[in-house]
Ligand binder design. Structure first.
Ligand code: 5RP
Length: 224
């Protein structure tokens, strides 16, 4: 594994390494997106001959997996996915998350839905008492951008168009600032009910089953 540079990178790499024990031999592994997952992909390469390959949540992760010699399967051909490993932008005590800082939220949510177990890997800076300090990303169909933004203002959020960014699905991202998130499950549903929204970065209805939080004192496992 490459030597992590910063202290934050060291923690991300530790969380990524700890996730290997949830990878089942002979099975396909769900792989998320982001800088923490990039360390996981490096770690996973050490056992690439023991797994049946991966399904990937982004073009970026797919390229990395392939570069490490890990076969990437089409999700439509996979019915049994024991585990999905991914990072988070925020995670609360109930293992509900805000995700999508990298813009891969829709494919991440799809793979999370298929997986039996979601293992979140993160450094302790991602732990929050209440979700919403990190802007909640919403993926929108391009022609619906302004309409969706107006609807989100009515829900109490301040949408900001992530300019110059196009998702792997050809859509746009609105980052919603200043949401007062009292009920993440309800807000996740409300956002998804807006016509033109593909999905949103609240992972509350289907949160993580396990979180591996890397802190200066070591790895803390939450959930089971
Ligand atoms: C990408 C994601 C990532 O999991 C999230 O942004 C965390 O990334 P990082 O590990 O780089 O902090 O949801 O869409």
């Amino acid at each position: 594994m490459a030597t992590p540079q910063s202290h934050a990178d060291q923690l991300k790499a530790q969380a990524a390494q700890a996730a290997l024990k949830f990878v089942q031999e002979g099975q396909i592994v769900g792989v998320g997106t982001g800088s923490t997952v990039n360390f996981f992909i490096e770690a996973l390469a050490s056992m690439k001959h023991d797994i049946a390959g991966a399904v990937s949540s982004s073009e970026a992760s797919t390229a990395r997996l392939k570069a490490h010699g890990i076969e990437v399967h089409e999700l439509n051909n996979v019915s049994d996915l024991p585990v999905y490993i991914d990072g988070a932008d925020e995670i609360d005590a109930h293992l509900r998350m805000v995700k999508g800082g990298g813009g891969a939220l829709t494919r991440e949510k799809i793979i999370a839905a298929v997986a039996q177990k979601f293992v979140c890997i993160a450094d302790s800076s991602k732990q929050v008492g209440r979700l919403g300090g990190f802007p909640v990303p919403v993926e929108v169909i391009p022609m619906a951008r302004s309409y969706v933004a107006r609807q989100i203002v009515q829900l109490g959020g301040d949408p900001v168009w992530r300019q110059g960014f196009v998702t792997d699905n050809g859509n746009l991202i609105l980052d919603i600032h200043n949401f007062d998130i009292l009920d993440p499950v309800q807000l996740e549903q409300q956002l998804n009910n807006i016509v033109g929204v593909v999905t949103n970065g609240l992972f509350a209805q289907r949160g993580a089953n396990i979180a591996l939080i890397a802190s200066p004192d070591g790895i803390i496992q939450l959930g089971k």
